[in-house]
Ligand binder design. Structure first.
Ligand code: SF4
Ligand code: SF4
Length: 229
């Protein structure tokens, strides 16, 4: 997903992905189903940010189908030439504006993968299933009502589990102090929310409400919970 979005951000006019035919993957993971789902989702994201989804194509082709590969790439190049440079078919959107729109989505890729993880694992076999799998409305909702992660200072017991697992080093962590999510570093992967021990339940997922300000330095000492008798 990141590679595709970055390609458009870097100014490519089209992205062509070749994948084995469904059920012909040599690996038990059958990654070509996941690639198909990823392309379906990215096409909806492209629509949401105002990019013609025809600029992205997934072609199932085997190593023995040289003719199909040549025909499909030639056809795709022709289609992209007809669309013109990225931004032109999109209503003369400037390169700077397009890059800014894509940058907003690119920083949400970990969040998008968490939000849509079940659908990204699906095994779709018919064009009808593919067409209905992701809707523009659900993508707009996902990208408009983005979750934020916050640590409730009245519950945090400074066990440090979240800070150790955060992939973006976005949690201010100190022994005996309430942990703080640095919102500008957070990539919204949801890991802190998943790993915070249920007996503390301090890491919180917020949707549609502002993130409370962090406690000032010097006021972060944890108040230890008393063990229940
Ligand atoms: S959601 Fe939590 S674990 Fe993920 S980047 Fe943000 S602070 Fe780190
Ligand atoms: S895992 Fe939960 S209790 Fe532990 S430091 Fe993080 S937010 Fe606090």
């Amino acid at each position: 997903m990141s590679f595709v979005l970055r390609s458009f951000s870097n100014g490519l006019d089209g992205v062509f992905i070749g994948a084995c035919h469904l059920n012909e993957c040599n690996y038990i993971t059958h990654g070509n189903y996941q690639a198909q789902n990823m392309v379906l989702l990215v096409k909806r994201i492209m629509e949401h940010v105002g990019i013609n989804p025809g600029r992205l194509r997934l072609q199932h082709v085997s190593g023995a189908e040289g003719n199909l590969f040549a025909e499909s790439t030639n056809e795709f190049v022709k289609q992209i030439k007809e669309l013109g440079p990225l931004g032109q078919a999109e209503g003369e959107v400037s390169r700077v504006e397009m890059k800014a729109r894509l940058a907003e989505v690119m920083k949400l890729v970990p969040y998008i993968k968490v939000e849509k993880r079940e659908k990204l694992r699906a095994r779709l076999t018919t064009p009808e299933e593919c067409a209905a799998h992701f809707t523009l409305e659900e993508v707009a909702d996902m990208l408009t009502n983005v979750a934020s992660y916050w640590i409730d200072p009245t519950k945090c017991q400074a066990c440090m589990t979240c800070a150790r697992r955060c992939p973006a080093d976005a949690i201010i962590s100190a022994k005996g102090e309430v942990h703080i999510v640095e919102q500008d570093k957070c990539i919204k992967c949801g890991t802190c929310y998943s790993v915070c021990p249920p007996r503390f339940a301090a890491a919180t997922r917020l949707v549609g409400e502002p993130v409370p300000p962090p406690l000032p330095e010097g006021e972060r000492t944890v108040i230890r919970k008393k063990k229940e008798a």
